[in-house]
Design a binder for this molecule. Sequence first.
Ligand SMILES: [Zn+2]
Length: 336
Amino acid sequence: MPERTLRPSPLSPTVDFSADGVQHGFLRLPYSRDDSAWGSVMIPVTVVKNGEGPTALLTGGNHGDEYEGPIALFDLARSLKAEAVTGRVIIVPAMNYPAFLAGTRTSPIDRGNMNRSFPGAPDGTVTQKIADYFQRTLLPLADIVLDFHSGGRTLDFLPFCAAHILPDKAEEAKAFDLVRAFGAPWSMKMLEIDAVGMYDTAAEEMGKVFITTELGGGGTATAKSAAIAKTGVANVLKAAGILSGGVETRATTWLDMPDGNCFSFAEDGGLIEPLFDLGDTVGNGDVVARIYPVGRTGAPPLEVKAKMDGILAARHFPGLVKPGDCVSVLATVVAE
Ligand SMILES: [Zn+2]
């Protein structure tokens, strides 16, 4: 079947990605609506370029309620000088900008989850149009891609930088080198519940060196998690040779998500009582959380059990849980 010819992206940048210097601008996406007939979504972007060298594409706000990435990237965008750079840094602190402004995981315009919208569509919804622009314009410019995530309002994570196990072991090694350079307290060999439609997958299939993070959660950031993000992005740019200076080496513990048994999901809703905290050691069969039915007193709680030995790497954040929610994620400590 011949590949469908896609129309050009409706997004237009107000910056020139090939020009040297520091430029602050927007990715402008026409979005006609009740309160602005010929209006646009204006996604902030900074490009810092100095001569020839690798290109790093740095993104936060892929999910709109995750804050360490936007904090580190708004800060980097205001402070990075062209003379400090060899090559190019493209910074988009809030990739799903409508979701970021609403403080929600998905877009309030189309309910689009950016990280399930790739490769996107130039004639699709607002979220699909943004994904398509990354797929066909920004990712091809990049050598390395760092996409910040955290747990958002419904999950909380141990702070880790991560890359995926890949079929191409040379590509995998390059990604894990950058994870090591990032220097989060924890480093993860990451397994996805469902990799279809993810930005990660799009970047990896294009042969880009891709790393990501989970740096906390609960719909906020802490002084510690923001500092991890800021040091991490500087370290990655140094390791890539884009910034000069040595990587600030930090001790990290390597974790692995060996298979689907690492996830536990709620089979009923109710009030959740955590029995372990992040970083605790959990044994196979241990009850990680109890879920109390809230309709009446006197009923026994549902027990959510671990299906493997490991460290508690992520947990459900809000006090109430719904059927199908992810209750816990376990990971095993591995030698680097
Ligand atoms: Zn996320």
